[in-house]
Design a protein around this ligand. Structure first.
Ligand code: NCD
Length: 314
């Protein structure tokens, strides 16, 4: 996969594929789609079929991709749980499943628990493949919607001060978002996690080579003032072999109304990829700055529509 501003026929596997121009292209396309009438949009994927294969549970990413295809006039083949319902149960390899689906479809959107599987699927497939989350690896479409949400609010993606909290080791949305923000200059991200769930040494090292400054902090008290965004994440239960360890760590850092009142700036976006499992108080939901239940999922659909249009429309 090459870094390119031209999308037609491409896979979307990692934020590393993007540069400033291609990110801006996605955002410009999403903004146009947002303003276009529903009827006009239906022409874009007319006659096209997209295969959605989710080998891990999903609410938002699945329905948002599904809605994106349908709002563009396309159709879907849907496997919400291929491990129960497809020939994978009989032992079919991911390569063979991919080859089959591509006989029927124009693109594949896939989520899989194993890092690297989406790259493998993209290599096998002759049609474009979109990574909807590969284990603890990446989740590029979520990062693009997060970046679009930050961009809409602050009108830029450089010179930002952000905070990321929670399971930074296992959170694939965090891994993609850090890569995405490192495309733009002068961004500083403060990282707060239990020490067992720090960003991996490899990711910290990699960030040093990019245009992004990562600063690890140890407590909520150290959150700097006036961040442009706070990005909270859940501790990823399914990645723990020791469930007691999970129970110990799951609520290490909670986003409370009190914390928002004391530490957030008046323009700090309160973000979370969701699902939340106790790490954000529901009392925060009605705060004007909270976008996790509203703007983020809505933008997710538009950004996915933009990507599908760019990839599939000649
Ligand atoms: C995230 C994911 O699946 O990586 N959810 C999502 O797609 N919006 C985050 C998570 O599951 O914690």
């Amino acid at each position: 996969m090459k870094k390119s501003e031209f999308f037609f026929g491409q896979d979307i596997i990692s934020l590393d594929q993007f540069n400033r121009k291609s990110v801006e292209k996605v955002f410009a396309t999403a903004s146009i789609i947002k303003k276009t009438s529903a009827k006009k949009l239906l022409k874009i994927l007319q006659g096209k079929v997209v295969g959605l294969l989710f080998f891990e549970p999903s609410t938002r990413t699945f329905s948002s991709n599904c809605a994106a295809v349908k709002r563009l006039g396309g159709q879907t083949i849907e496997y919400q749980n291929p491990l129960l319902t497809s020939s994978v149960v009989k032992g079919e390899t991911i390569e063979d499943t991919t080859k089959m689906i591509e006989q029927y479809c124009d693109a594949i959107v896939m989520r899989h628990p194993i890092v690297g599987t989406l790259k493998k699927v993209a290599d096998v497939a002759d049609i474009p493949v979109i990574n909807a989350g590969d284990g603890i690896g990446e989740h590029p479409t979520q990062a693009l919607l997060d970046m679009y949400t930050i961009y809409e609010k602050h009108k830029r993606l450089n010179n930002l001060k952000g905070l990321m909290v929670g399971d930074l080791l296992n959170g694939r949305t965090v891994h993609s978002l850090i890569r995405g923000l490192s495309i733009f200059p002068n961004n500083t991200i403060y990282l707060l996690s239990p020490k067992q769930l720090r960003l991996s040494e490899k990711d910290l090292e990699e960030a040093k080579r990019r245009k992004i400054k990562l600063v690890e902090i140890k407590s909520l008290d150290e959150i700097p003032p006036d961040c442009h965004f706070w990005y909270w994440t859940r501790v990823q239960k399914e990645r723990f072999s020791d469930k007691q360890e999970y129970e110990k760590l799951k609520l290490s850092f909670i986003l409370t109304k009190k914390l928002v009142d004391e530490k957030a700036g008046k323009n700090t976006l309160l973000m979370h990829p969701l699902p939340r499992v106790g790490e954000i108080e529901t009392a925060v939901d009605s705060d004007q700055r909270a976008v996790y239940l509203t703007t983020e999922p809505k933008n997710g659909m538009y950004v996915r529509m933009a990507l599908l249009k760019l990839i599939l429309e000649k």
